[in-house]
Design a protein around this ligand. Structure first.
Ligand code: SAM
Length: 423
């Protein structure tokens, strides 16, 4: 047996980047960068292993076990979200900083602590007595004045992380030309493989912002699918556009629209954007809004039981619209980055009951574990979905790399008949 809470409190031991296969990927850049870092960390050219799991998926492992960095003389306190990002290999950005001791100067080596109960007051000058967790060591880049005292909302890097406590390397995307690589969790990359976009397919991404999966689909189709991306606000759509423009993609059209309303009998077609008529899309990705409980590491969670209960209602509404606009013979991929039964297996069994026109298909490539037992799915159906969290291997042997990811869920349906509702 495994302890899910313990697993969720730690970061994965790998960093994954999606490689834009429309561009050239230079291995040498990364090697040179890691060698340069190894000098900063005094670890004699002993760099982390990295390799391509597939042409579009780069995996980078941790710094070697024996690498020890001298602890900093001062402590910087950051909020729990920022602390989680540091453990995944990020620098500390100014809005996440809660406390910097008086007298600290730019260039000081500091230890970074996460405020894991959310009690620290912004601007703290002295040592923090509350519950805190060491998350890494870095170089201070901003003073107290820059951060708290000059009346301007600070932005930019406040602490340049040298080594996170997780020993994951700190790599930012600027190492490569814009849009060449993208930090993306492994199950999110698998989700793109499951959708498997092909040239000329008409594809809808219903909840697309910031477009990390949308751009993956476009790249998999060699920029030759016809992809429509929706999200709720103009701001979110701007993020999608920025993302696909950086990636050199031209086959995506993005619109601000509520996807629960993306079907209309009165629509004349897909060319003018949403709403769409029935039977419009060959493939649909519904990467649903969810409770996000699969995010790792999770150092502080403010989700109330009431909030947790609310997601399945919007997920059902979105799924209903998806079934309306999917072509007969078309495939719908449903995914979440959470681990609750209600939002995953629960939604699948609800959909199968509600829409007799849907059949579950195997979400190939099956790389995660099977669905949870005793939650409305038959053994055969459990084996067709994939759940990313440590499982027992009785139904399927899972490669260790796919067990040490964020928590995630993927299911795929095919629409076998025109939509009818079960009574
Ligand atoms: N697929 C995205 C990616 O990989 O970059 C991440 C999507 S995130 C899990 C869920 C998204 O659903 C959020 O951007 C949220 O704004 C959007 N969303 C929530 N409700 C929606 C609705 N009714 N219509 C369209 N988008 C919605």
């Amino acid at each position: 047996m495994y302890d899910l809470n313990d697993w969720l409190s730690k970061p994965p031991k790998y960093t994954t980047f999606r490689i834009n296969i429309l561009r050239q990927f230079e291995h040498e850049n990364l090697k040179k960068f890691l060698l340069k870092q190894s000098k900063e960390l005094n670890c004699a050219e002993n760099i982390p292993n990295f390799y391509l799991l597939r042409p579009d998926c780069l995996v980078i492992e941790q710094w070697p076990n024996d690498l020890k960095l001298e602890k900093g003389a001062k402590h910087v306190v950051v909020d729990a979200l920022c602390a989680a990002a540091v453990l995944r290999g990020a620098h500390v950005f100014a809005p996440g900083v809660m406390g910097v001791p008086s007298g600290s100067q730019k260039g000081d080596i500091v230890d970074i602590y996460g405020d894991i109960t959310g009690q620290c007051k912004r601007g703290l000058k002295v040592g923090y007595d509350g519950k805190k967790q060491y998350v890494g060591t870095g170089i201070l880049k901003m003073t107290r004045n820059d951060l708290f005292e000059n009346g301007v909302q600070p932005s930019g890097i406040a602490v340049h992380t040298l080594l996170p406590a997780s020993r994951l390397p700190v790599i930012n995307e600027t190492l490569y030309p814009k849009g060449a690589i993208l930090l993306q969790n492994l199950p999110s990359i698998v989700c793109g493989w499951v959708v498997n976009a092909q040239p000329n397919e008409v594809i809808l991404d219903m909840c697309a912002a910031p477009g990390n999966k949308t751009t993956h689909l476009a790249e998999m189709s060699n920029n030759e699918a016809i992809i429509i991306a929706l999200d709720k606000t103009q701001q979110k759509v701007a993020a999608i556009k920025n993302n696909y423009e950086n990636h050199g993609i031209t086959c995506i059209n993005a619109y601000a629209f509520d996807s629960t309303k993306c079907f209309s009998e009165k629509s004349n077609g897909i060319d003018l954007g949403p709403p769409f008529p029935s039977n419009s899309f060959d493939k649909i990705l519904l990467d649903a809004p969810c409770s996000g409980l699969g995010q790792r590491p999770q150092l502080l969670n403010k989700m109330t039981p009431k909030m947790l209960q609310s997601y399945k209602f919007v997920q059902r509404k979105l799924l209903k619209s998806a079934v309306e606009v999917l072509k007969v013979g078309g495939k719908l991929t449903y995914s979440t980055c959470t681990v609750t039964e209600d939002e995953n297996e629960g939604i699948v069994s609800w959909a199968l009951e509600m829409f007799p026109c849907l059949s579950l298909v195997s979400a190939e490539p099956l790389l995660g574990g099977p669905g949870l037992p005793n939650c409305g799915l038959t053994e055969q159906q459990r084996a067709m979905v994939q759940r990313f969290n440590p499982t027992d291997d009785s139904l399927r042997i899972v490669d260790p790399i796919y067990k040490d990811t964020i928590g995630f869920f993927i299911a795929q349906f095919i629409k076998t008949n025109p939509l009818q509702f079960s009574l």
